[in-house]
Design a protein around this ligand. Structure first.
Ligand code: AP5
Length: 220
Protein backbone atom coordinates (compact mmCIF):
# COMPACT_ATOMS: atom_id res chain seq x y z
CA UNK A 1 0.00 0.00 0.00
CA UNK A 2 1.36 3.44 -0.93
CA UNK A 3 2.42 5.70 1.95
CA UNK A 4 1.44 9.34 2.25
CA UNK A 5 -1.51 11.51 3.03
CA UNK A 6 -4.66 10.42 1.17
CA UNK A 7 -7.48 12.48 2.58
CA UNK A 8 -10.79 14.11 1.74
CA UNK A 9 -11.70 17.54 3.10
CA UNK A 10 -15.45 17.51 3.59
CA UNK A 11 -17.49 20.52 4.60
CA UNK A 12 -20.08 23.05 3.48
CA UNK A 13 -19.26 25.97 1.17
CA UNK A 14 -17.05 28.44 3.01
CA UNK A 15 -15.96 25.94 5.67
CA UNK A 16 -12.35 26.81 4.88
CA UNK A 17 -11.50 23.69 2.85
CA UNK A 18 -9.46 25.58 0.25
CA UNK A 19 -7.66 27.65 2.89
CA UNK A 20 -6.64 24.56 4.85
CA UNK A 21 -5.92 22.40 1.78
CA UNK A 22 -3.29 24.90 0.60
CA UNK A 23 -1.58 24.60 3.97
CA UNK A 24 -1.81 20.78 4.10
CA UNK A 25 -0.33 20.61 0.62
CA UNK A 26 2.83 22.36 1.83
CA UNK A 27 2.98 20.72 5.24
CA UNK A 28 2.61 17.13 4.01
CA UNK A 29 4.10 17.51 0.51
CA UNK A 30 0.85 16.23 -1.02
CA UNK A 31 -1.09 17.62 -4.00
CA UNK A 32 -4.32 19.59 -3.58
CA UNK A 33 -7.10 18.56 -5.93
CA UNK A 34 -9.83 21.20 -5.86
CA UNK A 35 -12.58 20.28 -8.29
CA UNK A 36 -14.00 23.80 -7.88
CA UNK A 37 -10.68 25.38 -8.97
CA UNK A 38 -10.36 22.97 -11.91
CA UNK A 39 -13.90 23.80 -13.05
CA UNK A 40 -13.47 27.58 -12.64
CA UNK A 41 -10.26 27.42 -14.75
CA UNK A 42 -12.16 25.47 -17.43
CA UNK A 43 -14.94 28.09 -17.36
CA UNK A 44 -12.44 30.97 -17.65
CA UNK A 45 -10.69 29.25 -20.58
CA UNK A 46 -14.05 28.39 -22.18
CA UNK A 47 -13.10 24.75 -22.73
CA UNK A 48 -15.91 22.28 -23.60
CA UNK A 49 -15.96 21.21 -19.92
CA UNK A 50 -16.12 24.84 -18.81
CA UNK A 51 -19.00 25.63 -21.19
CA UNK A 52 -20.97 22.65 -19.87
CA UNK A 53 -20.18 23.36 -16.20
CA UNK A 54 -20.76 27.13 -16.03
CA UNK A 55 -24.58 27.02 -15.85
CA UNK A 56 -24.53 24.55 -12.96
CA UNK A 57 -21.90 26.54 -11.03
CA UNK A 58 -23.66 29.88 -11.50
CA UNK A 59 -26.90 28.62 -10.06
CA UNK A 60 -25.19 26.78 -7.19
CA UNK A 61 -26.01 23.28 -8.46
CA UNK A 62 -23.61 20.37 -8.71
CA UNK A 63 -21.99 19.57 -12.03
CA UNK A 64 -23.05 16.03 -13.16
CA UNK A 65 -21.01 13.23 -11.56
CA UNK A 66 -19.73 11.81 -14.87
CA UNK A 67 -18.02 15.10 -15.77
CA UNK A 68 -16.20 15.21 -12.45
CA UNK A 69 -15.16 11.63 -11.84
CA UNK A 70 -12.88 11.20 -14.89
CA UNK A 71 -11.30 14.54 -14.24
CA UNK A 72 -10.28 13.46 -10.72
CA UNK A 73 -9.15 10.01 -11.90
CA UNK A 74 -6.76 11.65 -14.40
CA UNK A 75 -5.51 14.25 -11.93
CA UNK A 76 -4.65 11.57 -9.35
CA UNK A 77 -2.26 9.96 -11.84
CA UNK A 78 -0.10 13.09 -12.11
CA UNK A 79 3.39 13.02 -10.58
CA UNK A 80 2.78 15.63 -7.90
CA UNK A 81 0.09 13.37 -6.39
CA UNK A 82 2.46 10.42 -5.93
CA UNK A 83 3.48 11.53 -2.39
CA UNK A 84 -0.20 11.91 -1.39
CA UNK A 85 -3.29 13.98 -2.08
CA UNK A 86 -5.89 16.22 -0.47
CA UNK A 87 -9.29 16.12 -2.16
CA UNK A 88 -10.99 19.50 -1.71
CA UNK A 89 -14.61 19.58 -2.94
CA UNK A 90 -14.70 15.93 -4.10
CA UNK A 91 -16.51 13.64 -3.52
CA UNK A 92 -19.78 15.55 -3.13
CA UNK A 93 -22.36 12.81 -3.70
CA UNK A 94 -22.59 9.15 -2.71
CA UNK A 95 -22.03 8.01 -6.35
CA UNK A 96 -18.88 10.19 -6.47
CA UNK A 97 -17.64 8.57 -3.24
CA UNK A 98 -18.28 5.09 -4.68
CA UNK A 99 -16.42 6.04 -7.86
CA UNK A 100 -13.52 7.33 -5.78
CA UNK A 101 -13.31 4.00 -3.94
CA UNK A 102 -13.10 2.24 -7.31
CA UNK A 103 -10.50 4.63 -8.73
CA UNK A 104 -8.28 4.21 -5.68
CA UNK A 105 -8.72 0.44 -5.68
CA UNK A 106 -7.46 0.31 -9.27
CA UNK A 107 -4.45 2.37 -8.15
CA UNK A 108 -3.82 0.03 -5.18
CA UNK A 109 -4.73 2.69 -2.62
CA UNK A 110 -7.34 3.50 0.00
CA UNK A 111 -8.17 6.74 1.77
CA UNK A 112 -6.57 7.17 5.17
CA UNK A 113 -8.88 9.87 6.49
CA UNK A 114 -11.85 12.14 5.84
CA UNK A 115 -11.83 15.46 7.66
CA UNK A 116 -15.33 16.80 8.23
CA UNK A 117 -14.97 20.53 8.91
CA UNK A 118 -17.99 21.83 10.82
CA UNK A 119 -19.06 25.47 10.62
CA UNK A 120 -22.49 26.98 11.44
CA UNK A 121 -24.45 28.66 8.65
CA UNK A 122 -24.09 32.20 10.03
CA UNK A 123 -20.28 31.96 9.90
CA UNK A 124 -20.42 30.45 6.39
CA UNK A 125 -22.42 33.35 4.96
CA UNK A 126 -20.03 35.85 6.57
CA UNK A 127 -17.01 34.06 5.14
CA UNK A 128 -18.39 33.70 1.61
CA UNK A 129 -19.70 37.26 1.37
CA UNK A 130 -16.23 38.67 2.21
CA UNK A 131 -14.14 36.24 0.18
CA UNK A 132 -11.92 37.60 -2.59
CA UNK A 133 -9.70 35.49 -4.86
CA UNK A 134 -6.68 36.52 -6.91
CA UNK A 135 -7.27 36.17 -10.64
CA UNK A 136 -3.54 35.64 -11.13
CA UNK A 137 -2.33 33.14 -8.51
CA UNK A 138 -5.58 31.98 -6.86
CA UNK A 139 -4.60 33.27 -3.39
CA UNK A 140 -7.55 33.61 -1.01
CA UNK A 141 -8.40 36.69 1.04
CA UNK A 142 -11.25 37.86 3.23
CA UNK A 143 -12.18 41.53 3.40
CA UNK A 144 -12.53 41.45 7.21
CA UNK A 145 -10.55 38.40 8.42
CA UNK A 146 -7.58 38.37 6.04
CA UNK A 147 -7.62 41.61 4.03
CA UNK A 148 -5.07 42.46 1.31
CA UNK A 149 -2.73 45.42 1.99
CA UNK A 150 -4.12 47.39 -0.98
CA UNK A 151 -7.76 47.32 -2.07
CA UNK A 152 -8.41 44.62 -4.71
CA UNK A 153 -4.69 43.89 -5.27
CA UNK A 154 -3.02 40.58 -4.39
CA UNK A 155 -0.15 40.95 -1.88
CA UNK A 156 1.69 38.01 -3.44
CA UNK A 157 1.55 38.59 -7.21
CA UNK A 158 -0.09 42.00 -7.71
CA UNK A 159 -3.02 40.33 -9.51
CA UNK A 160 -6.60 41.61 -9.39
CA UNK A 161 -8.81 40.35 -6.53
CA UNK A 162 -12.32 39.40 -7.55
CA UNK A 163 -15.49 38.05 -5.97
CA UNK A 164 -16.61 34.63 -7.22
CA UNK A 165 -19.86 34.75 -9.22
CA UNK A 166 -21.34 32.01 -7.02
CA UNK A 167 -20.71 34.03 -3.84
CA UNK A 168 -23.81 36.17 -4.47
CA UNK A 169 -26.33 35.84 -1.64
CA UNK A 170 -29.01 33.92 -3.58
CA UNK A 171 -26.45 31.45 -4.93
CA UNK A 172 -24.96 30.92 -1.47
CA UNK A 173 -28.42 29.88 -0.23
CA UNK A 174 -28.77 27.42 -3.13
CA UNK A 175 -25.29 25.96 -2.49
CA UNK A 176 -26.05 25.41 1.18
CA UNK A 177 -29.26 23.53 0.30
CA UNK A 178 -27.36 21.39 -2.18
CA UNK A 179 -24.78 20.63 0.49
CA UNK A 180 -27.45 19.51 2.98
CA UNK A 181 -29.29 17.25 0.56
CA UNK A 182 -26.49 15.83 -1.61
CA UNK A 183 -23.19 16.10 0.24
CA UNK A 184 -23.97 15.86 3.98
CA UNK A 185 -24.93 12.13 3.60
CA UNK A 186 -21.22 11.51 2.99
CA UNK A 187 -20.60 12.10 6.69
CA UNK A 188 -22.41 8.85 7.51
CA UNK A 189 -20.89 7.10 4.48
CA UNK A 190 -17.40 7.73 5.82
CA UNK A 191 -18.33 7.28 9.47
CA UNK A 192 -19.54 3.76 8.66
CA UNK A 193 -16.13 3.09 7.07
CA UNK A 194 -14.26 4.39 10.17
CA UNK A 195 -12.59 7.14 8.15
CA UNK A 196 -14.35 10.18 9.60
CA UNK A 197 -12.46 12.70 11.73
CA UNK A 198 -14.54 15.71 12.80
CA UNK A 199 -12.90 19.12 13.09
CA UNK A 200 -14.46 22.24 14.60
CA UNK A 201 -14.09 24.82 11.81
CA UNK A 202 -14.79 27.91 13.93
CA UNK A 203 -11.79 29.95 15.07
CA UNK A 204 -8.73 31.43 13.45
CA UNK A 205 -7.11 29.81 10.43
CA UNK A 206 -4.20 28.74 12.68
CA UNK A 207 -6.53 27.21 15.31
CA UNK A 208 -8.20 25.08 12.67
CA UNK A 209 -4.88 24.14 11.10
CA UNK A 210 -3.69 22.82 14.47
CA UNK A 211 -6.91 20.88 14.99
CA UNK A 212 -6.51 19.27 11.58
CA UNK A 213 -2.92 18.24 12.28
CA UNK A 214 -4.05 16.79 15.59
CA UNK A 215 -6.94 14.95 13.93
CA UNK A 216 -4.56 13.54 11.34
CA UNK A 217 -2.08 12.56 14.08
CA UNK A 218 -1.40 8.96 13.13
CA UNK A 219 -1.91 9.43 9.38
CA UNK A 220 1.17 9.43 7.12
P1 AP5 B 1 -16.06 24.68 -4.75
O1 AP5 B 1 -15.10 25.62 -5.32
O2 AP5 B 1 -15.62 23.36 -4.29
O3 AP5 B 1 -16.87 25.47 -3.61
P2 AP5 B 1 -17.39 25.05 -2.17
O4 AP5 B 1 -17.32 23.61 -1.77
O5 AP5 B 1 -18.74 25.64 -2.16
O6 AP5 B 1 -16.38 25.61 -1.22
P3 AP5 B 1 -15.80 27.05 -1.24
O7 AP5 B 1 -14.64 27.11 -2.21
O8 AP5 B 1 -16.89 28.05 -1.45
O9 AP5 B 1 -15.32 27.21 0.25
P4 AP5 B 1 -14.11 26.63 1.07
O10 AP5 B 1 -14.61 25.63 2.05
O11 AP5 B 1 -12.99 26.16 0.16
O12 AP5 B 1 -13.71 27.92 1.86
P5 AP5 B 1 -12.44 28.91 1.67
O13 AP5 B 1 -11.20 28.25 2.16
O14 AP5 B 1 -12.43 29.50 0.29
O15 AP5 B 1 -17.26 24.40 -5.79
C1 AP5 B 1 -17.88 25.44 -6.52
C2 AP5 B 1 -18.90 24.84 -7.50
O16 AP5 B 1 -18.23 23.96 -8.44
C3 AP5 B 1 -19.99 23.97 -6.86
O17 AP5 B 1 -21.08 24.74 -6.39
C4 AP5 B 1 -20.37 23.05 -8.04
O18 AP5 B 1 -21.20 23.69 -8.96
C5 AP5 B 1 -19.02 22.80 -8.72
N1 AP5 B 1 -18.32 21.61 -8.18
C6 AP5 B 1 -17.11 21.59 -7.53
N2 AP5 B 1 -16.79 20.34 -7.17
C7 AP5 B 1 -17.80 19.54 -7.61
C8 AP5 B 1 -18.06 18.16 -7.50
N3 AP5 B 1 -17.19 17.32 -6.89
N4 AP5 B 1 -19.21 17.67 -8.04
C9 AP5 B 1 -20.08 18.48 -8.66
N5 AP5 B 1 -19.92 19.81 -8.78
C10 AP5 B 1 -18.77 20.34 -8.25
O19 AP5 B 1 -12.85 30.05 2.73
C11 AP5 B 1 -13.94 30.92 2.48
C12 AP5 B 1 -13.57 32.34 2.96
O20 AP5 B 1 -13.41 32.33 4.38
C13 AP5 B 1 -12.25 32.88 2.38
O21 AP5 B 1 -12.40 34.26 2.17
C14 AP5 B 1 -11.22 32.64 3.51
O22 AP5 B 1 -10.20 33.61 3.50
C15 AP5 B 1 -12.11 32.78 4.76
N6 AP5 B 1 -11.69 31.89 5.85
C16 AP5 B 1 -11.28 30.60 5.77
N7 AP5 B 1 -11.01 30.11 7.00
C17 AP5 B 1 -11.29 31.13 7.87
C18 AP5 B 1 -11.22 31.25 9.30
N8 AP5 B 1 -10.85 30.23 10.07
N9 AP5 B 1 -11.58 32.43 9.86
C19 AP5 B 1 -11.99 33.47 9.09
N10 AP5 B 1 -12.06 33.43 7.73
C20 AP5 B 1 -11.72 32.25 7.14
Amino acid sequence: MAAGLRVVLLGPPGAGKGTQAKFLQEHYGACQISTGDILRKAVAEQTPLGKEASGYINRGALVPDDLIVNLVAERLKENDCAPGFILDGFPRTIPQAQSLDEILKKMGMVLNGVLAVQVPQKVIVERLAGRRTCKGCGALYHLAFDPPKAVAVCDRCGGELVQRDDDREETIVARLKVYDTQTAPLVDYYRERNLLRSVDGVGTVDDIRNRIIQALGDVK
